[in-house]
Design a protein around this ligand. Structure first.
Ligand SMILES: Cc1cc2nc3c(=O)[nH]c(=O)nc-3n(C[C@H](O)[C@H](O)[C@H](O)COP(=O)(O)OP(=O)(O)OC[C@H]3O[C@@H](n4cnc5c(N)ncnc54)[C@H](O)[C@@H]3O)c2cc1C
Length: 566
């Protein structure tokens, strides 16, 4: 029995409810008044940041999540299963399964070659299909992940700090940012050391450092939120929502439901809308949610509400709550990075160098031991030699984020006949300036598969950003050429818009309601007790992976909520 089902009472038994709800209240609706201090919508790493901080300061927190708890540890990273560490390639299919496309144009073009006797229609509307989506302004690969842990159940864990001039918002002063980033890195467990003992890490890094020695370009370990096991050096524990929650909160979740319980997670619960207090539109009473397993509606009361439902589904809840008119910047100023990608097969000359231990790193002994044990293996790298994880950071001369590594995404599957130890992926992420017209809007008449308003994108690159994307592509191919030749089928491409999965800005932080949705504490304009979290609050262009920055904002939001609760 879930906590909610024992605590739910027949709605009609409670009088008066004190909130404003336009819809008719369905029979069997439960009213939940459990003296909840903070109700958090979304169990991704940002919802978890709020939860961790607020439970630690003694608050009673409930979390709602539309997805299911799939792992015995809530929010665990799926790549922490040994099977994926043995073969990271197979994780591609897990990520693919995790990504629900947000807006799929249903233009007739896709069915041009259909036998004319077959039924065909350009107005399908199931599972993100959207006849109102113009294909040329879509974010084709924009997706949501609905599971306990959110996208951090499969993410790559890259957690670099943004460039102070080119990417970092001026929301706080540099000292404050520095404190926030240090706290965020501790919370998510960022490290630059976990791959440094790898032969391929050093080979790729030093090759590039030598190639760019005259250019003063930095090549270094990609900061990653993970920890290599002390007992088993070939196992890496990737950070996730479970890491952010921490053992104490996870232990609380395992306790039997009770009124005294400080933290509760209701999975497969859809938050439909926020409910303002009767006669006081500045005050939120709580939320209307649906238990998807039973179909029961629940009206859940809380002193403070935080929505961290991802960069598109957060504004979706606000839109569904009728706030689009009072929040003119909702869904606007959307940014999503441009992305180029290729995979190379390492040069023969580089692989042959390994036996000679050119950098005096003790490779000879390692290679000899490997060759002795696996006589048939043509490569010098031990099978458990960690994959390379390198970056050359955003700089004035090269204003894009880079990942030179081997990892699984929803694309870039290495053909089964190739040994993955000779493959290196290059992913370049471009800066895109926020503009008001780049936005996500929501349909009144078309619903997504959860009955929520269907998102529609309107996204175009400026000429300046397009030029920079072109330069970024040229740079990626130059760097690639230092390392090897292209893997057939993985030659340089621009990935479809949305592929970065780093949408920002849709509920951005700012100084006024006209061009932002939240204030510097992540509190929604005009509300006393409604806060937001996620990359959606980041107001500036950002090329690096944005989750670490979003954690910083959530730390500020949690502090403000704690203060407001007194
Ligand atoms: C393949 C991949 C690689 C990535 N790599 C990186 C990386 O290396 N570095 C990086 O910084 N970022 C990366 N990301 C992005 C990163 O995972 C996200 O930025 C991060 O998870 C955002 O956290 P969040 O908590 O704001 O949202 P999410 O993680 O999206 O979580 C939001 C949660 O809210 C739930 N929800 C939505 N609507 C509702 C509703 N109405 N009611 C109840 N619940 C709802 C969703 O089901 C979801 O679980 C990657 C993502 C993917 C998929």
């Amino acid at each position: 029995m879930t906590a909610a089902s024992i605590q739910g009472q027949d709605f009609h038994a409670i009088d008066p409810p004190g909130f404003f709800l336009k819809d008719k209240i369905a029979e069997g609706t439960k009213l939940i008044d459990e003296n909840i201090d903070v109700l958090i919508v979304g169990s991704g790493p940002i919802g978890a940041t709020y939860a961790r901080k607020l439970v630690e300061s003694g608050r009673k927190v409930w979390m709602l999540e539309v997805g299911a708890q799939e792992h015995r540890t809530p929010g665990e990273h799926k790549k922490n299963a040994i099977v994926f560490q043995k073969d990271v390639n197979s994780f591609v299919n897990v990520i693919k399964g995790d990504l629900n496309l947000l807006s799929v144009p249903t233009s007739k073009v896709t069915s041009n070659t259909l036998n004319p006797v077959s039924y065909s229609n350009a107005a399908y509307i199931q599972n993100g299909q959207n006849p109102n989506q113009a294909p040329h302004v879509n974010l084709d690969n924009a997706a949501a992940t609905r599971t306990v842990g959110g996208m951090a159940a499969h993410w790559t864990c890259a957690t670099p700090r943004p460039h102070p001039k080119l990417e970092l918002p001026d929301t706080y002063d540099s000292k404050r940012w520095d404190q926030l980033f240090s706290a965020a890195e501790r919370l998510i467990g960022t490290s630059s050391d976990e791959f440094e003992d790898s032969i391929r890490q050093q080979l790729v890094k030093r090759t590039l450092q030598e190639a760019y020695a005259d250019d003063d370009r930095e090549f270094k370990a990609l900061p990653l939120a993970c920890k290599r096991s002390e007992q088993n050096k070939s196992f890496v524990k990737w950070s996730s929502t479970a890491t952010v929650l921490g053992q104490e909160l996870i232990d609380i979740l395992k306790q039997e439901p009770s009124r005294a319980k400080k933290f509760e997670l209701l999975d497969e619960h859809l938050c439909e809308k926020i409910l303002p207090v009767n006669d006081d539109p500045k005050q939120v009473w709580g939320v209307k949610a649906q238990d998807l397993r039973t179909g029961t509606d629940k009206l859940i009361k809380a002193k403070q509400v935080v929505i961290c439902a991802g960069a598109v589904l957060t504004p979706q809840i606000l839109f569904n709550s009728g706030l689009d008119e009072s929040l003119p910047a909702l869904g606007k100023w959307l940014t999503e990075q441009t992305m180029t990608f290729c995979q190379i097969v390492l040069k023969k000359s580089l692989i042959e160098k390994v036996d000679k231990d050119p950098y005096h790193l003790g490779w000879k002994k390692i290679v000899e031991a490997h060759r002795k044990q696996f006589k048939a293996d043509p490569l010098p790298f031990p099978f458990d030699d960690p994959d390379p994880q390198i970056t050359t950071p955003v700089s004035d001369k090269y204003p894009w984020h880079t990942q030179i590594h081997r990892d699984a995404f929803s694309y870039g599957l290495v053909p089964p006949a190739f040994d993955q130890r000779v493959i290196v992926d290059l992913r370049w992420f471009g800066l895109v300036k926020p503009v008001e017209s780049n936005c996500v809007t929501f349909e009144h008449k078309i619903k997504d598969m959860y009955g929520m308003p269907q998102p529609t994108f309107n996204y175009e690159l400026s000429d300046e950003d397009a030029e920079q994307a072109n330069e970024m592509m040229n740079d990626m191919t130059t760097v690639a050429s230092k390392l090897g030749g292209y893997l057939p089928g993985a030659e340089p491409v621009f990935l479809p818009p949305g592929a970065a999965l780093h949408i920002c800005g849709t509920t951005r932080v700012g100084t006024s309601k006209t061009d932002s949705v939240v204030d510097e504490n992540c509190k929604v304009w005009d509300f006393n007790n409604l806060y937001l979290g996620g990359c959606n609050v980041i107001p500036t262009r950002i090329a690096c992976n944005p989750t670490l920055t979003a954690i910083c904002y959530a730390l500020v939001g949690a502090e403000a909520i704690d203060k407001a609760l007194g």
